[in-house]
Ligand binder design. Structure first.
Ligand code: CMC
Length: 391
């Protein structure tokens, strides 16, 4: 028989058991494998967190070194991928490009599709961890009209990301430790968030035993939307629009509360956090620090803080338990780092990659069944066919 009840948006439906990320939305708690997000953001590196999420334990130095060198050994992308990238118009949104290239990688690495052993899985995982930052950097470089380079295997994972993104031709790239720290922290804060829209997508696509790269490509597409990862781009565009409009935050608060107006306060509200988003707290402080360290004064930060202040005192937002989320301040940091607005969600994807991988691996190791929800049918009953000439 069919089902009789539904749960639109799966607001109250658990899809799996998971041992990766713990989230308590009432108390504002987020932990990866039992470690608090605050402590990880402060003390761990992004690659350590990736290892932790995927394999369940913090790595020893030896394990981390091996992991990093396995990733580096896989950080070359087939030259034909450059041709695919070249075929996109310069105006293409980086998220569409990234999703396509990630899917295209399957064609060049067919052995990563059928993963029947943990070893196959490991190989597919280090492969994508090696190649993904190259795709991210190339996506940006293509937009900027810069030559497509490879990274530098003598430096850290996150340092290499920055260098690949920003190195100018014939330039001796100078690493700025403030940017490295800021990016490391942002990536850690984005690394996993249990069964969110993109992660559920990765798990459900992977549950058909489609390959890892195809599953990740679907996750990237899910992340693109403004209600999910695309919110970081939407926040900055909103703050810009408010600035252009004379900084009238009250007007936009009014629009957000008006049910006739489709406008929402981007970067506010969360499906699970009903008290505060612990990531937003860390990012708010980081935004102040990074802008201070870089000597950047951005009037947009003041507009953001003003909006937050007003919203936290406003009945509409208080009653609905709407607080700033991870995306509210992250774009301000990315912008100060020189990352173009259209690339913000790509940076989110880079951070979320280990989480997607960990969730996909867990799903496969637990031999979960194919994801296949049911429905309540509300369409027409039996009807007689009418010839086209008689309709
Ligand atoms: N501005 C104005 N009103 C809002 C907002 C907002 N940002 N968010 C929720 N509401 C209202 C909504 O209209 C509804 O009001 P009512 O009860 O009167 O109908 C109530 O609050 C509950 O909202 P909902 O849409 O039913 O909640 P949801 O759990 O389905 O949606 C959300 C969660 C994050 C999609 C939503 O809060 C939103 O659209 N926020 C803006 C986009 C955003 O910042 N997304 C990033 C989320 S965090 C990181 C990530 O996932 O990438």
């Amino acid at each position: 028989g069919g089902v009789t009840t539904i749960d639109p948006g799966y607001k109250n439906t658990g899809s799996c058991e998971s041992a990766i990320t713990f989230l308590d939305g009432e108390k504002g708690i987020l932990r990866y494998r039992g470690y608090s997000i605050e402590e990880l953001a402060e003390k761990a590196s992004f690659l350590e967190v990736a290892y932790l999420l995927i394999f369940g334990e913090l790595p020893t130095q030896t394990q981390l070194d091996k992991f990093h060198s396995d990733i580096k050994a896989q950080s070359v992308v087939d030259d034909d991928v450059k041709k695919i990238l070249d075929a996109f118009p310069k105006s293409a949104h980086p998220m569409g490009v990234l999703s396509s290239l990630t899917s295209a990688l399957t064609a060049f690495n067919p052995s990563s599709v059928n993963v029947d052993s943990e070893e196959d899985m490991y190989n597919a995982i280090v492969r994508i961890l090696g190649k993904f930052p190259v795709l991210v950097a190339w996506t940006l470089r293509k937009k900027k009209g810069l030559p497509l380079d490879y990274g530098d295997s003598s430096i850290g994972y996150v340092e290499n990301v920055l260098k690949m993104m920003f190195k100018q031709p014939n330039e001796d790239y100078k690493m700025n430790p403030i940017l490295v720290d800021a990016l490391d922290k942002l990536l850690i804060l984005h690394a996993d968030h249990e069964q969110n829209c993109s992660t559920s997508t990765v798990r459900i696509v992977g549950s058909s035993h489609a390959g890892l790269f195809a599953s990740l490509s679907a996750g990237i597409s899910a992340l693109w939307g403004p209600l999910h990862g695309g919110a970081n781009q939407a926040v900055l565009e909103m703050l810009e629009a408010i600035k252009e409009d004379g900084g009238d935050t009250k007007k936009y608060m009014g629009k957000a509360k008006d049910k006739e107006d489709p406008f929402r306060l981007m970067g506010f509200g969360h499906r699970v956090y009903k008290n505060f988003d612990p990531r937003a707290k860390i990012i708010k402080v980081a935004a102040d620090e990074v802008l201070g360290d870089l000597g950047v004064e951005d009037p947009i930060l003041d507009i953001a803080k003003g909006l937050e202040r007003e919203a936290l005192e406003d009945d509409y937002f208080v009653k609905r338990k709407l607080y700033p989320n991870v995306d509210f301040y992250s774009g301000i940091i990315y912008r100060a780092m020189g990352i173009p607005v259209e690339m913000f969600t790509v940076m989110f994807a880079l951070g979320r990659l280990p989480g997607w991988i960990a969730q996909w691996r867990e799903m496969r190791l637990r031999k979960e069944p194919i994801g296949r929800p049911r429905q309540v049918y509300v369409g027409e009953n039996t009807r007689d066919f009418v010839e086209i000439s008689k309709r």
